[in-house]
Design a protein around this ligand. Sequence first.
Ligand SMILES: O=C(O)c1cc(=O)[nH]c(=O)n1[C@@H]1O[C@H](COP(=O)(O)O)[C@@H](O)[C@H]1O
Length: 286
Amino acid sequence: MSGSTPSGFGERLGTVIVRDGALCVGIDPHAYLLREWDLSNDAQGVREFGLRVVDAVAGRAGIVKPQIAFFEKFGARGYSALEEVLAAARAAGLIVIADVKRGDLGTSVEAYGEAWLTPGSPLEADAMTISAFQGVGSLAAPIGLAAETGKGLFVLAATSNPEAAGIQRSVDPGSGRTVARAIIDGVTQANQAIGNELGSIGVVLGATLELSEFGIDVAKPITPALPVLAPGFGHQGAALKNARDIYGSFAELLVVSESRSILTAGPDRIADTISRRADEVRSSLD
Ligand SMILES: O=C(O)c1cc(=O)[nH]c(=O)n1[C@@H]1O[C@H](COP(=O)(O)O)[C@@H](O)[C@H]1O
């Protein structure tokens, strides 16, 4: 890990991972969880849920990932609840990854970037998830904004859901690369152009996958180090003890993201569950 002064998202992420570990707690207020937490299935319920999760994470782990769809369901009131949750998480010093999975082109994707990555915007986060179905080049505006504001992106490359493999493993006859590999290469070029020691533009690589089937060789280190958002542990079945084997040299800036496996602990046990899981993540990556 670099000892340089934090300058970009990658540096900030690296510092938080060293200090607080790699666990990221997903804030996914499913209707069944709201019921289990004795909260209403409405904007007030998701607000309360989000704030309680933030409270439980603070001091026990360093990263949260609110899944925006669960708030968007409730329209303007849901967004208002989300604004409070984002602000509380940032005020608690947590890194906030807005799981918005946006993806567009030109001025539209530029506006999405501005919504989530502009300092002082109502929905300000530290990073957002984004899709590159239109090509990594279509993300030039949010990549530029992230570089300027010290924010980050996680570009979907090899997602944990089984339906994705057909498209993400398919090979471009021109370059001979898989879609997932081409996204990693495009993101790496962007990080090289930004020029920080640690990358600020990351990728999503599901822990449920055999990454070599996607043309990804994790034995080969990438420079600058690539932030990797890793969903798939816990509820989706990937085992933490295999994290090193799954991610190899990509484990330097790994973000181990779990939602349901932690949230089902309920309001009384969530804090202890986060502490225990954070320790397990730390020992699996030591
Ligand atoms: O971008 C993500 O966070 C994500 C990518 C991916 O490949 N798979 C994946 O499950 N996720 C998200 O991770 C969360 C599910 O986490 P679990 O409840 O731990 O399975 C949801 O918010 C998903 O949208």
